[in-house]
Design a protein around this ligand. Structure first.
Ligand code: HEM
Length: 219
């Protein structure tokens, strides 16, 4: 019965072909350093899942943000666990994405024909850092408020356009409810959408080009 369902679906969707191309690919002999990309993908997935759960109780307004986080930590069953995974997952993701970039750099896999894999990776690294920056403000406690005050002050030192960038980031001269609303929106919509699209292209290129073998003496 199950095999009939699978072959019915396969005839229409080409599932076996997709499985063969995506998961049953030939890969060269590699080592543990080559697992860092998959670990980054796993962490991104965990961040997305735990983040969605957090939005059920989190309220992005200056009056309620702090209290809603306190409620997640003390009132919501396993809220502390979901927030803890999201909090530490964010730090781990930055470390793993950075380590993965170093791996691809030291194995020189940014060279022809993988230049676009590298460039999409650069966007992924910047967006990962952006997720950390925008997420840091959301608890709306003293540390979050003042860290973001300093963080948004830094681009203000760029000649000519600096003050404009600071005021766009803050949505005004100082941090306010507008800042919290735009950081929340960028954190849960804009950056995850860009990361999702870039991961899709990154994966497409990996499957199309295959991953590189470890260079040997001849190379
Ligand atoms: C969310 C972030 C990222 C995810 C989920 C991701 C995922 C992956 C995966 C699963 C692989 C194949 C396995 C491996 O080589 O580890 C890979 C390969 C690669 N990644 Fe990433 N990556 C990310 C960020 C980056 C960054 C920041 C760079 C560099 C700036 C980068 C450049 C590359 C390159 C050049 C390859 C090809 C490696 C080869 O063919 O040997 N990636 N990525």
């Amino acid at each position: 019965m199950a095999s009939k369902v699978v072959s019915w679906l396969d005839e229409r969707l080409g599932l076996v072909g997709i499985y063969g191309t995506v998961l049953d690919r030939k890969v060269p002999k590699v080592n543990w350093w080559f697992t860092l990309g998959s670990a980054s993908l796993f962490l991104f997935t965990m961040q997305a899942i735990t983040g969605i759960f957090l939005t059920i109780y989190y309220v992005p307004s200056p009056d309620h943000a702090y209290d809603s986080i306190q409620y997640i930590m003390t009132g919501v069953p396993f809220g502390w666990l979901i927030r803890g995974i999201h909090h530490w997952g964010a730090t781990l993701m930055v470390i793993f994405v950075f380590a993965h970039m170093l791996r691809t750099f030291f194995f020189a896999t940014y060279k022809y024909p993988r230049e676009l894999t590298w460039l999409t990776g650069v966007v992924l690294l910047l967006c990962t850092l952006g997720m950390g920056f925008t997420g840091y403000l959301l608890p709306w406690n003293q540390k979050a408020y003042w860290a973001t005050t300093v963080g948004t002050e830094i681009p203000g030192t760029i000649p000519v356009i600096g003050p404009f960038i600071t005021s766009v980031l803050r949505g005004g001269p100082d941090l306010s409810g507008v800042t919290l609303a735009r950081f929340f929106s960028v954190h849960i919509w804009v950056l995850p959408a860009v990361i999702g699209a870039m991961i899709f292209v990154h994966m497409y290129l990996l499957i199309r080009l295959g991953i590189s073998a470890i260079p040997d003496k001849e190379d």
